[in-house]
Design a protein around this ligand. Sequence first.
Ligand code: DX5
Ligand code: ZN
Length: 218
Amino acid sequence: APTPLIAPSILAADFARLAQEAERVAGADWLHVDVMDAHFVPNLTLGLPVVESLLKATDTPLDCHLMIDDPDRWAPGYAEAGAHNVTVHVEAAHDPVMVAKDLRAAGAKAGLSLKPGTPLDPYVEVLKHYDTLLVMSVEPGFGGQSFMPEVLDKVREARRLVDTGHLTLMIEIDGGIADSTIEAAAEAGVDCFVAGSAVYRAEDPALAVAALREKAAG
Ligand code: DX5
Ligand code: ZN
């Protein structure tokens, strides 16, 4: 198996010191940026201006997770700004195939996210246009919640579709990933692991990233 990717979520970092917080996890593969609009989810974080500044402050590729209404309108701006991967929610997108095309045309990888209760089956054809599938393992909106192991069935289903050549994408998981949960997610077939609290609440975030990567590699 390829080396697992670790994407620390800056939702758990100090928003007044984002450049330094990015630097503290310089060994991470991606930096996960949670954009929330207080409509799609009951929380408000940051938007494009902050992402633009962060892009100048770090060399780590940005993985922008848009928990917002009408991503059809807003997502391409993040790709144009230079985000590596831009993920939208299937529950919010009006035309997810068009969104993927717009994101790729703007030079980014396209990601599609499913909330814990959203099934995979109806979106297999749509996912053929995507580079990343983000499986939520908590209800989106807040960091520090408990991992929902029942979403691993969905991960296994996605893994099977990838391994049999029906889909070509990276499987990412987000929510409650820590030392105690990452192995089960890796066994189910996850390629990329988002971790907020487990990284930024650690004494040494860089060490926490390395430890998570080692555990995920098995
Ligand atoms: C939740 C966000 C997550 C969050 C994860 O809506 O999408 O990225 O930061 O935080 P932890 O790892 O603490 O569950
Ligand atoms: Zn996220």
